[in-house]
Design a protein around this ligand. Structure first.
Ligand code: FES
Ligand SMILES: [Fe+2]
Length: 393
């Protein structure tokens, strides 16, 4: 996000605060609760959105150097991501070509080769089958034809993308359409990996995404926690194809207004958090401390359960200062968890139960919940479903 865009966004926020307004969808939207409970829809989402769509998996520093790997099962397909000997990001189905065992253990690390734990077939970091244990029992099978199945992957301006099904290469515009320069400007590849955690919720994965995409609720649900720092019900919303950027100001912005400081001198990341919804399942939060990448998945094939994988990448400017001050990365991540678990996800778990009871039959999204309008319709469009109309009021 370059300086002129930051200034434009701050100008919009300043106007909203002065006029007591926020980003406006121009009408309300009704979302049927069956979108959160339908088993058939859930199966379609798993196939179309989580198998055949490029997914943002993380930032480049998750694989910091050649020879590092990251094995991740959250999409529903075991995926082995590596940085090969030439430093190229590549992804494979983490499935042995002998009898289908998972080859690399889950997690991140550094390895020259992977030995399947079942019968010890061994693969290189580039996915090639290096050796077959007791090869004489396999006749003339051709090792070269038994590499791990490679999956389409791309490293785009410091972000790592994988499509969990084999097929055409990933199209950058499909992932970041319109956001390429903005992502490049953040220099995301420079943000070191700091910490990761998994949070399960008793609610549909789209409901979990929705909790991040409006700040209408922060002074209410989060009154005793983050609501003390953030401003409520004032945000921007800009759409980039399937993706959305929304900026949330915090209370420090009032100080800038109070001091009548020239907007050019407002310290952007300290007074506003920049959030992106990256289609279909990622929320990226950029603030003065770094990047929180939040990947949200359906869990166990159920429309009623979801899994959030939260990874924090620390700001390269802040890292030395935080280390010197003895700042605990674990503590920061667990504070994030407490708010999400005790406030957001506790609330949506109750909504999920009510959705399954059929009350209410639909959500009413306000004009101020504008990013949610877009997210629900982008997902519907991706699945070939009817778009929800905006009802002018
Ligand atoms: S399943 Fe991997 S070596 Fe047998
Ligand atoms: Fe929240």
């Amino acid at each position: 996000m370059d300086k002129s865009e930051r200034l434009r966004v701050l100008g919009v926020i300043k106007e909203h605060i002065a006029n007591n307004t926020t980003a406006d969808a121009g009408g309300i939207m009704r979302v049927p609760m069956s979108d959160f409970t339908c088993q058939q829809l859930s199966a379609q989402e798993q196939d179309v959105l989580f198998r055949n769509t490029p997914l943002c998996m993380g930032l480049s520093s998750a694989l910091p150097e050649p020879g590092t790997y990251w094995s991740d099962n959250e999409t529903g397909i075991p995926i082995l991501m590596v940085r090969d000997g030439e430093g190229r990001f590549r992804a494979f189905a983490n499935v042995c070509r002998h009898r289908g065992s998972q080859v690399a253990p889950e997690g991140r690390g550094s390895k020259a080769r992977f030995m399947c734990p079942y019968h010890a077939w061994t693969y290189g970091i580039d996915g090639r089958l290096m050796s077959i244990n007791k090869k004489n029992h396999f006749g003339n099978v051709c090792r070269e034809e038994l590499s791990l199945f490679e999956l389409p992957s791309a490293e785009l301006h410091g972000t790592l993308w994988v499509r969990p099904a084999q097929g055409d290469p990933i199209d950058e515009a499909e992932c970041l359409g319109g956001l390429e320069d903005e992502m490049a400007h953040w220099k995301l590849a420079d943000f070191p990996f700091a910490h990761t955690q998994v949070i399960d919720a008793g609610a549909n994965w789209k409901m979990a995404i929705d909790t991040f995409a409006e700040n209408y609720h922060v002074s209410i649900l989060h009154a005793e926690t983050v609501g003390k720092e953030m401003k409520a019900n004032v945000q921007t919303c800009d759409v980039f194809r399937n993706n959305v950027r929304f900026v949330y100001p915090n209370q420090k912005l009032d100080l800038m207004r109070f001091l009548s400081l020239d907007m050019e001198r407002w310290p952007y990341p300290q007074i506003a958090s920049t959030l992106y919804y990256l289609y279909p399942n990622v929320i990226m939060v950029i603030d003065t401390f770094g990047v929180d990448l939040v990947r949200i998945f359906p869990l166990e094939g159920s429309p009623s359960k979801s899994r959030t994988v939260h990874t924090w990448y620390v700001s390269p400017q802040m890292e030395p200062r935080l280390k010197e001050a003895g700042y605990s990365y674990e503590e920061r991540v667990s504070r994030f968890r407490d708010v999400i678990v005790d406030e957001d996800y506790e609330t949506i778990a109750k909504i999920q139960l009510n959705a399954e009871r059929g009350i209410p039959s639909e959500w009413l999204l306000g004009r101020n919940e504008v990013a949610l309008h877009h997210i629900h319709n982008a997902l519907r469009s991706g699945l070939g479903r009817d778009m929800l109309p905006v009802e002018e009021i």
